[in-house]
Write a protein that binds this ligand. Structure first.
Ligand SMILES: [Fe+2]
Length: 365
């Protein structure tokens, strides 16, 4: 592997109503949601397909960057065409702002990103990644920029940090919610030594990856409990999507004496590099295990990882890198996640630009 995450980063730092339609559409007014509830979506003929795209990394700071961005937009169109999803979820690092020199700035970049979804008439969710947070543009401003389309399904909880923390209920033929998708902002970087309350106890470091905050986890627990109560005391099976893998992603491989990494039983896919997780485990997975409603977590961030496996009952999965700007030799693609009404779990596989698939994996099916 000639290009690693570290080299990539080094270059970076240098520079309750169900819509009875075949697809449900988001509200053009994102401010109407304060608890993070997105408009409900519906199974269609008992099926619901999600296409996870990740790490588009659109950058425009040079002619070559413009060409690569155009390729990425074309990949997005192709993957929407070959996958025909009911919903697309982009798990972060979408606009590479350090490399964006568009006249219209980040708003112009988001308009370009949204266009393929509008042209394909596919509802979308955006989760912000560490690169989306660069240049000090507030996360809520990004949210406002990508939420203009009626196809946007992302909502926001105003008091939570970051932007786009929300959940999407999916309802069955009886009109009742039977699945839920959770979306979290996993933020970007932090310097623990900047916190005046703890700096005296902390090692001074340049930066490290930030983590999903306790307030976000408390919001998840509260809304998860409310959903369970409204469902007669039965948890709603759910999936979660965000950008940066939690520290539990390390647990799917065991380090061997020769330094190599061996997948634990049942893990499939590629581990081309270490998970660049936060060093602080803020406890989302622990909370989810206790709640017992989360079947899977889907992240991006690493461009040469696409593995999936089970950690204490929860499937932890990477998507497949989509953007032309990404490092590594994995073919560009996405991850299809198929849900079936009345059946627990999911089926997932990697889809590539020619429509071929690999790494088929089922959970509870
Ligand atoms: Fe990232």
């Amino acid at each position: 592997m000639s290009f690693s995450r570290r080299a990539f980063l080094a270059s970076t730092f240098a520079a309750p109503m169900a819509l009875k339609l075949s697809r449900a559409f988001g509200s053009p007014n994102p401010e109407e949601s304060t608890d993070g509830r997105s408009p409900s979506m519906s199974f269609k003929d008992g099926k619901f397909r999600i296409l996870q795209l990740t790490d588009l990394h659109l950058g425009y700071n040079c002619p070559e960057g413009l060409e690569r961005a155009a390729k990425t937009i074309e990949y997005t169109r192709t993957l929407l065409d070959v996958s025909k999803p009911d919903l697309a979820i982009l798990t972060g690092d979408i606009v590479w702002l350090e490399a964006t020199a568009l006249a219209g700035g980040y708003e112009e970049a988001w308009a370009r990103i949204v266009k393929p979804f509008e042209d394909a008439n596919v509802p979308y969710v955006m989760t912000l990644g560490n690169h989306d947070h660069e240049l000090k543009i507030p996360a809520k401003a990004h949210y406002a920029a990508f939420s203009k389309s009626p196809l946007n399904m992302t909502r926001d909880v105003p008091y939570l940090p970051g932007a786009g923390n929300c959940y999407i209920p999916i309802v069955g033929a009886d009109g009742k919610e039977c699945r839920r998708l959770w979306i979290f902002d996993s933020h970007s970087y932090c310097r623990i030594s900047d916190n005046p309350r703890i700096h005296a106890l902390s090692e001074v470091v340049d930066w490290e990856y930030d983590w999903i905050k306790p307030s976000q986890i408390q919001w998840y627990i509260k809304e998860s409990q409310r959903a369970e109560e409204e469902n007669g005391g039965v948890p709603i099976p759910s999936l979660a999507f965000f950008h940066i893998p939690t520290p539990e992603y390390w647990e799917l491989y065991e380090k061997q004496q020769d330094g190599s990494w061996k997948p634990v039983e049942g893990v499939i896919g590629r581990r081309g590099e270490d998970p660049c997780s936060p060093r602080v485990n803020s406890g989302l997975v622990g909370a989810a295990i206790e709640r017992g409603d989360l079947e899977g977590i889907f992240v991006g961030h690493e461009h040469i990882n696409d593995y999936i496996g089970i950690y204490k009952g929860i499937a932890l999965a990477y998507g497949r890198k989509t953007g032309e700007e990404c490092y590594g030799d994995l073919p560009h693609g996405g991850r299809i996640i198929d849900l079936t009404e009345g059946k627990p779990g999911f089926a997932t596989r990697i889809v590539m630009l020619d429509g071929s698939t690999e790494s088929e994996y089922t959970y509870k099916q």
